[in-house]
Design a protein around this ligand. Sequence first.
Ligand code: OXT
Ligand code: ADP
Ligand code: MG
Length: 579
Amino acid sequence: MADTATQTPAAEPAATGALTDGFNLVIDALKLNDINTIYNVPGIPITDLGRLMQASGMRVLSFRHEQNAGYAASIAGYLTQKPGICMTVSAPGFLNGLTALAHATTNCFPMILISGSSEREIVDLQQGDYEEMDQLAIAKPHCKAAYRILHAEDIGIGIARAIRTAVSGRPGGVYLDLPGKLLGQTLDAAKGAASLVKVIDPAPRQLPAPDAVERALDVLRNAKRPLIILGKGAAYSQADDEIRELVETSGMPYLPMSMAKGLLPDTHPQCASAARSLVLKESDVVLLIGARLNWLLSHGKGRTWGDAPKKFVQIDIEPREMDSNVEIAAPLVGDIGSCVAALLAGMKKGWTPPPADWTAEVGDKVETNVARIAPRLQNTNVPMDFHGALGALRTIISERPDTILVNEGANTLDFARMVIDIHQPRKRLDVGTWGVMGIGMGYAIAAAVETGSPVLAVEGDSAFGFSGMEIETICRYNLPVCVVVFNNGGIYRGSDVNPSGGEDVATTVFVKGARYDKMMEAFGGVGMHVTSRDELIQAVNTALESGKPTLVNAVIDENAGTESGRIGNLNPQSVVTKK
Ligand code: OXT
Ligand code: ADP
Ligand code: MG
């Protein structure tokens, strides 16, 4: 052990007499780490923090509800690889933001929820403080880590710790508790400046072990009917060029999970989206890149995957993901960029493309399925159905491939995923791992703010209702967002009837003929009401051209949807008939 008595202590900065405080240290610490955008709802004790942030040149976007600010922060993290920051008041504001923090963690998006909190001494004795709540304890199970800072001189290290935890390894949510009293604490300015920490290499590359790479190549080389599955982890990793090169060098068919669509254009000749059931069933070796074998992939087993024996190769940064549901024959633990580069280097030393009968079988199936739905995508029915309306939006997206598509609903989600081709990476943002309704307006706002790209949010009418008030936020910041509400008058359908014959409408039904476009007009945006395909095309093109906040109320046949969309199999139904 070093002899501490003989060590020279780190030089203390000379006091200057000037003071800083908790408010300013939080701002300086975030800015030092290139975090300049905050999604928040103001109130005690963070109102002045937001004000000072704005004064210091940060972009502070105020929302109407913390959950939406939180969803915005979560997707900002996904798009930028920097933690998105959501800032809330104590207890109720914190709880409103917590759903989004849990969502970020579940989806592996880096995010920090910063909440003001009440007096520790009073909270811990449960003496009834203003908005009293033990926020740290409540946050812990819902995120990667939860930290509280009690002293101003710890703000620098506390924020550094939150940033590194959010983005390193498997990304996720971090809770940072800032008691109101902390913000007012003063400190000598020079000491404060010296206490700040710039996080060096916040998400270090993690190289796969060479023997693990060889094992993976061996399994892939012996495949007769190989398949690559790209997940949103692959899209997050921003290793776009390497992934494309790997797919093309391998010659294997690939299946993008919904937010990985566009990593390679959906029109790519190796894309097997339109032959999904065939490739899942018939493949003998599956290379998973940043995709988990969770419910969205039927846990890697059962009918979806067929009876043919299967071997999985899995690339993931989280070692515990391996064997989560089925045996992984070749685990490749590391960051996607490094793992894909290592596989590519191996392939370049010698590689035989997959057997032609397999790629031809997949290609034929894709062609048949694409041809089968093509006429439906052109239909001009009035009222519109999902296929006709989405066929129109599909053409618009192919003409404007830099548009970011935000998508939620049930039928509106499932049909849009199937119909709308995506042409560039990270241009499709949706409900994610939980299938959560409510991400819509928060995602749309953050997508516009973080990328400057035009945004098209295609929303079921129920889905839209979860965050609809944020269209005021869209208008307030004059964001280039066009919201299209697929108005079929209800959840899944607008045609259900109350089985009791009573006065109330069915549980899944909304007001008939609702005019969501009028809401947008109320805040100074553009509202349009369309009933036909041609009107829809014109409205959306005008909106995207103008960049003005617009809401298009698109009337969809109230009978067109099915219960729970494509996941009706997960929807339990009573078999008991009550007399
Ligand atoms: O191979 P086969 O033959 O099988 O065919 C497949 C493809 O090959 C083919 N395909 C194509 N063919 C031709 N051309 C092309 N290009 C092509 N591409 C594909 O098409 C089929 C299908 O392909 P797909 O889609 O890839 O495959 P599949 O089998 O569907 O994939 C399986 C899954 C599981 C991966 C996929 O289905 C999936 O990703 N699903 C996600 C589902 C999801 O998350 N849904 C949202 C939740 S639903 C429900 O919970 C709702 N709630 C409750 C609620 C929620 N969620 N949250 C909160 C906070 N509170 C409550 C509510 C309230 S939805 C909802 C509101 C609904 O009402 P709305 O008004 O909003 O919406 P509407 O329904 O529109 O009224
Ligand atoms: P999808 O829903 O598209 O199938 P998931 O959210 O299930 O995708 O899976 C994403 C996976 O990607 C997670 O297991 C996560 O650990 C992993 N991941 C995220 N970023 C990286 C990265 N940079 N390198 C390796 N794996 C990553
Ligand atoms: Mg609906």
